[in-house]
Ligand binder design. Structure first.
Ligand code: FYU
Ligand code: NI
Length: 342
């Protein structure tokens, strides 16, 4: 007799009507036909219902992720002026260092005045560095000075994540009844964004003083899918269908994957781009202070020049299309220019 089949889908989070599956993505990547089909179903159901999934056996080695986190921590430990020397300049480039207080994550419907008011009353408690593909003809990365290892670690990781991005989009294509390779030609430029994030140690009193204080304000992501690598500190919350905030508790050696607004548009809202935020951690503070949290978000996007309109099979009549078509690059620049001060 053959050994019992491993399940492709388990429960990651289940609360208040929010069901985030934990998918064994190894079954998609290396499984037989039935395992692959089960993984595809888990992926598409998770994207439809929650807009979020956890992936295990995703093929990115733990040592690779550990090295990226260590290299990221070294960067954020540099003196402020060295970080400011590589600062983020324009939404078109979306590369470089974003100091604490500069970005206020927010919703697409918030007005500029609302976002400014939020930024000054409850600034996001984080700093980040944004990294784009390193082979762009006109937009170079802002690499920290004198650290060739930072550059090689991050460019390698960028390509590793792009390979997983392609596989996730293949699973989505199959889940939507499209050819497995449907998205390949729309995402082969790797116009993605690797964001290293540092949420500095924060006194618990900061959260007590201001009811609206968070580490990262509520928002939905802009692109197609985000691959989120998080440490074990916690604090990420996802909006449930009932409107409550549910902890997306870290699960070791998994990647959190969530759908962005461009994928919601592309899929004519079959896939959900769910709001999320990062708040005061669930653990007890130590000596009145919460420790630092680190994460890496790999924001996947269609090619800059891709035109995004409702996918075949997602509508019967023109009236059923929820959104007009748009150019991917223009859409992303518009979203970025709303949230980061420049
Ligand atoms: N930067 N894409 C996003 C995002 C920030 O989705 C990006 O490039 C969300 O916070
Ligand atoms: Ni996000």
């Amino acid at each position: 007799m053959s050994p019992p089949a491993q399940e492709a889908v388990a429960t990651g989070v289940a609360k208040d009507g929010l069901f985030i599956p934990l998918i064994d993505f190894g079954m998609f990547l290396h499984g037989d036909e039935a395992e692959k089909a089960a993984a595809v179903k888990g992926v598409i159901d998770g994207f439809k219902n929650a807009g979020f999934l956890y992936l295990k056996n995703h093929g990115i080695p733990k040592e690779t992720v550990d090295k990226v986190f260590a290299t990221s921590a070294d960067f954020f430990a540099r003196p402020q002026e060295e970080k400011d020397a590589v600062k983020w300049l324009t939404p078109e480039s979306n590369r470089g260092y974003v100091a604490a207080g500069r970005e206020k994550a927010s919703q697409v419907t918030d007005s500029a005045a609302t976002i400014d008011a939020l930024r000054s009353s409850a600034p996001d408690l984080k700093e980040s560095i944004e990294i784009g593909r390193d082979d762009h003809p006109t937009m170079p990365n802002n690499w920290p000075f004198g650290d060739p290892e930072f550059r090689s670690t991050m460019t390698t990781f960028f390509s590793t994540c792009q390979a997983l991005h392609v596989q996730v989009m293949r699973a989505i294509a199959l889940g939507l009844g499209l050819d497995e390779a449907f998205f390949d030609g729309f995402i082969d430029a790797a116009d993605n964004n690797l964001r290293l994030l540092h949420y500095p140690p924060t006194p618990a009193a900061v959260f007590k003083r201001n009811a609206g204080q968070v580490r990262l304000g509520k928002h939905s992501d802009y692109g197609t899918v985000t691959l989120l690598f998080q440490d074990l500190r916690g604090g990420l919350q996802v909006r449930s269908p009932q409107g409550s905030w549910v902890d997306a508790t870290p699960i070791e050696d998994t990647i959190v994957i969530n759908a962005g607004d461009l994928l919601a548009r592309w899929s004519n809202r079959i896939i959900a781009s769910t709001e999320h935020q990062v708040v005061e951690p669930p653990s007890e503070p130590v000596d009145g202070q919460y420790p630092a949290r680190y994460s890496c978000a790999y924001f996947c996007n269609p090619n800059t020049d891709a035109y995004i309109e409702a996918l075949p099979g997602t509508f019967a009549t023109e009236e059923e299309k929820h959104f007009p078509g748009i150019n991917a690059g223009q859409y992303l620049v518009q979203r970025l220019s709303q949230t980061i001060k420049y």
